[in-house]
Design a protein around this ligand. Structure first.
Ligand SMILES: C=C(O[C@H]1C=CC=C(C(=O)O)[C@@H]1O)C(=O)O
Length: 486
């Protein structure tokens, strides 16, 4: 290896010691000799770095970009460029993705100089709410899409690493592979150095002095009231017990700040949320900060939750407490919540050895709204995988309905827009089969000229259409503020 990457020369974010270099050369020799793999990944430790800054530094509209951060977990992934994109559409999309993922895993060899289970292959992306995408609004997205990036940076507590991946048939010899890996390490080093030297943090530091025009928050009000009334009629006729209706607010994009700034705002403001970005090559950016975890899966231990039932935050501590109490004792909200707990439990049962949750919901407080919240844990049977469980869990009645097969057609009928990836699962899966997916609510689709914001709420027998409308306004707030529309 050229001396510039070796650790006894200068201080660089990513350095390789001689022993690692020797191991790397042997690994590459093995790849070329055996010729039984089509892809290889290479993971190295890096110095402390802000993955978001690197994403900003390396931003390229024409390439795949991905970001995931849960500030409260001290966990982040920034990734870019496509090595392979797994995609599928239709009712068998989960099964199709699972078989593509397995094939890719079998065709990949991994080199790692870190001891971390997230080293190696990483699959990043998500799924649309319904099994097909039907309009041009989401034309850069697939109904199911997991991308293996050509690079990603991982931050997990104090652990930082960089993983590169490549397609082996692109290279003729051992030397070419070695040159490619070291060349890319060098360019990553340059980007990491300028990301950490970058004088300004990507924070939106101050309010825009020339505020954007007020959002027409009343837009779609009549249609909403009428849809909620129709949904309640179906509930009275016992078609279903609960349905989640959503609205889309579409506005001209005024804030042209990079989406990385938007993400930075979200992660600072919503520390307990999963902040995400999925940007297909040349497409729009799907961005959000969601409080709802759909699945966290590691060593056959699963964590999920019921999050449904909402009320505003109080202006004083006392008022806030009173509102939380009102929420906890509200029959309407408790019913709305209980359908979710029940349904999740039912769906997990075939996979689970045991399932645990408290009998009473807690209250989860976000800066704009508070929700009823029941964390649920399950020990799963060995055959369960993150994607097979995801297939069964999505959509929970927190974003769909109860029973789902009865409510589903009414969502399409009563909403006048394509949900796309709104309320679908978004997240990541690693090579060991662990992964995390969140429900992509509190989100927006950001195009060059237009932004679509989404928010929904659960409708049950005694829902009041006006109150539900106000609740959607509360839920739109995080994204509206992040784009400075307030
Ligand atoms: C569907 C959304 O929220 C869900 C999650 C939490 C509380 C909800 C509610 O109270 O209705 C919704 O079930 C959304 O924010 O778009």
């Amino acid at each position: 290896m050229d001396t510039d990457l070796l650790s006894d020369t200068q201080e660089l974010p990513l350095q390789v010691d001689r022993a690692t270099d020797q191991r790397l050369q042997l690994f590459i020799e093995g790849l070329v000799r055996q010729q039984d793999k089509s892809y290889a990944t290479f993971t190295f430790p890096v110095q402390e770095i802000e993955p978001l800054m690197l994403l900003q530094e390396s931003w390229n509209e024409q390439q795949f970009r991905y970001y995931w951060e849960k500030p409260s977990d001290n966990f982040a992934i920034a990734a870019g460029d496509t090595l392979v994109q797994l995609s599928a559409s239709g009712p068998s999309r989960f099964a199709d993705i699972i078989s593509q993922q397995q094939a890719l895993q079998n065709a990949t060899a991994s080199f790692s100089s870190v001891y971390h289970s997230r080293a190696g292959l990483m699959f990043l992306g998500g799924f649309s709410f319904f099994s097909r995408l039907e309009t041009a609004d989401w034309d850069s997205f697939e109904a199911a899409s997991l991308t293996v990036p050509r690079w990603f940076i991982l931050k997990d507590g104090d652990h930082y690493s960089a993983t590169l991946s490549l397609q082996l048939p692109d290279f003729q010899s051992r030397n070419e592979i070695y040159e490619e890996v070291t060349g890319r390490l060098r360019s990553l080093n340059r980007q990491m150095t300028s990301a950490s030297d970058s004088p300004s943090s990507p924070v939106i530091a101050r309010k825009n002095t020339d505020p954007f025009p007020a959002i027409p928050l009343k837009l779609g009000f009549e249609a909403w009231i009428s849809s909620v009334k129709q949904a309640k009629k179906q509930i009275r006729q016992e078609t279903f017990d609960k349905i989640v209706l959503a609205r889309r607010l579409s506005v001209a994009r005024k804030n042209t700040a990079p989406v990385t700034k938007l993400l930075d705002h979200l992660r600072r403001r919503y520390e307990n949320c999963s902040c995400f970005l999925v940007h297909p090559p040349g497409g729009q950016s799907f961005v959000g900060a969601t409080p709802e975890q759909l699945i966290a899966f590691e060593d056959n231990l699963l964590q999920t939750e019921a999050l449904a039932g909402s009320i505003e935050r109080g202006k004083t501590a006392m008022e806030d407490l009173t509102l939380a109490k009102d929420l906890s004792i509200s029959t309407k909200n408790r019913n709305e919540h209980q359908f979710v707990v029940q349904d999740i439990e039912q769906r997990l049962r075939p996979f689970a050895r045991s399932i645990r949750h408290s009998s009473q919901p807690q209250v989860k407080k976000l800066s704009n709204v508070q929700h009823l919240y029941t964390p649920i844990q399950a020990d799963l049977k060995p055959e369960a995988t993150v994607l097979s469980v995801l297939e069964k869990l999505h959509p929970t009645p927190a974003v769909g309905g109860y029973p789902w097969h009865k409510a589903a057609p009414y969502i399409r009928e009563l909403e006048d827009f394509e949900r796309g990836w709104y309320a679908g699962p978004v997240g990541w899966v690693d090579a060991s089969g662990s992964g995390e997916f969140a429900v992509a609510i509190r989100s927006g689709l950001i195009g060059e000229e237009q932004v679509h914001f989404f928010a929904g709420c659960g409708i049950v027998e005694d829902s009041d259409p006006q109150t539900e409308w106000e609740e959607t306004n509360l839920k739109l707030k995080p994204m509206l503020s992040a784009l400075q529309y307030d």
